[in-house]
Ligand binder design. Structure first.
Ligand code: SF4
Length: 99
């Protein structure tokens, strides 16, 4: 299945400032590895579904606080993973950007 996650594949590049160290850094875990992690989540865990994930991803792709390595400046998460998780919100200090 293709969708917003695959569209995100080109957004991974050099590593940047990463507050959260739980996931491997992008220079060790390239975009393909993050995409595989996203597919495992979608196959085996509760996730928000394509529509909500697509809305979230659109907000992240338009957000100036998404870093070149695909992480969020405020939480350090890979946004391609965070957008999938039902318990997560956008941590933008000016107010959540996800609808
Ligand atoms: S602040 Fe919100 S919209 Fe911006 S990159 Fe982080 S999670 Fe995405």
């Amino acid at each position: 299945m293709t969708g917003m996650i695959e569209e995100k594949a080109g957004a991974f590049g050099a590593s940047g400032d990463r507050p959260c160290k739980r996931c491997p850094p992008a220079d060790a875990a390239d975009g393909e590895r993050i995409l595989r992690m996203a597919e495992r989540i979608k196959a085996g865990m509760d996730w928000v579904g394509e529509e909500a994930a697509g809305r979230r991803m659109a907000a992240c792709l338009a957000c100036g606080d998404r870093l070149p390595d695909g992480t969020c400046r405020h939480c350090g998460c890979y946004v391609a993973i965070r957008i999938l998780l039902p318990g997560k919100t956008c941590p933008h200090p000016g107010g959540a950007r996800w609808l």
